[in-house]
Design a protein around this ligand. Structure first.
Ligand SMILES: [Zn+2]
Length: 315
């Protein structure tokens, strides 16, 4: 009984945190337990995350993005190699290092640029998508179609991390305790350079960072500042930043999102909302919100059924 009493507030907290992708900090294990088989995989009420979360490899199909960042899937995704010259993938147990080949190419390119421009040994890659995309058990509303990727705001160490370190290591918190600005002891010109390199990629449509980080970028960016329009304040994102690319050519069923408004988004009025006390320190609701029913296959494009049914791609 006592255990239950502790669990309930914890679950409430986690469901709030869910919306902010705070789960990026969750640790993993080098020996994750495989999920048990589903009793009724054809039940139309079953959460789509149960089906997509059980796929270990991409669908052996031509690459195709189906649906929207927050409700969709991907056929023929590509895996990002877990080690590169200037990147390493974190939290391997989550199996979320799959994406559209354009995103994989972008990460490789960005890693090389970060090394050059920030002077970092490389970048650490957090969650991309599941092998066939779709909703996940934990962490993100988006990341469903292979066009989103999280990059840690922690430089890659100058050595290959062990499997265990990739599950256990924590990213560095960039935001000051009062949440009004970055922590100057940890936020450097290198961070600015990596975010700018990502924002200057033509296929990148949006980058999400904590508002305190956006404020710091606004203050510190020199020269061409047009890239700042793509960098959007968002809840969470104080340990990592999130890259979102546009629908790639040839993905007719990919649902586009309008480009962000032009302008740097650096005026006090642009940022005021994010620094309101009610946003910085939200009060827990008087009555806990009812848990939302999980997204079912009916919310996803019909073609995602074929993506689930396809054989595994050979790796
Ligand atoms: Zn993300």
């Amino acid at each position: 009984m006592t255990r239950r009493l502790i669990l309930i507030p914890l679950l409430m907290l986690l469901s709030l945190a869910n919306a902010t992708a705070a789960w990026a900090q969750d640790k993993g294990t080098v020996e994750p337990k495989p999920l048990p088989p589903l009793a009724n995989p054809n039940d139309p009420k079953i959460g789509a995350k149960e089906l997509f979360g059980r796929k270990v490899l991409p669908a052996a199909m031509p690459t195709q993005v189906l649906g929207f960042y927050a409700h969709g899937c991907i056929a023929g995704a590509e895996g990002l190699p877990i080690n590169g010259d200037s990147w390493q993938v974190m939290r391997l147990s989550r199996n979320r290092y799959w994406a559209h080949p354009d995103m994989v190419a972008l990460i490789k390119r960005l890693a090389g640029k970060a090394k050059k421009d920030a002077g970092w040994p490389g970048i650490l890659i957090g969650d991309m998508s599941q092998p066939r995309g779709g909703p996940m058990f934990t962490g993100h509303a988006s990341h469903q179609v292979g066009l989103d990727a999280d990059i840690w705001l922690t430089p890659m160490p100058n050595r290959t991390l062990s499997r265990n370190e990739r599950e256990e290591m924590s990213a560095v918190m960039m935001v000051r305790n009062d949440r009004l600005d970055v922590d100057p002891r940890v936020f450097t010109s290198g961070h600015l350079a990596v975010i700018r390199d990502a924002a200057q990629e033509p296929t990148v449509q949006r980058i999400f960072v904590n508002a305190a980080i956006k404020k710091a970028l606004c203050r510190e960016a020199k020269g061409d500042r047009s890239w700042l329009s793509k960098v959007r304040p968002m809840y969470g994102h104080d340990y990592h930043f999130h890259i979102r690319i546009k629908c790639p050519p040839g993905s007719g069923e990919c649902e586009t999102q309008p480009d962000p408004a032009e302008g740097e988004g650096c005026k006090p009025a642009d940022l005021a909302y994010w620094f309101k006390d009610s946003v910085l320190h939200p009060k827990p609701p008087a009555t806990p919100p009812k848990p939302k029913p999980p997204m079912t296959m009916a919310s996803l494009p019909a073609a995602c059924k074929a993506v689930l049914a396809a054989p595994d791609a050979k790796q």
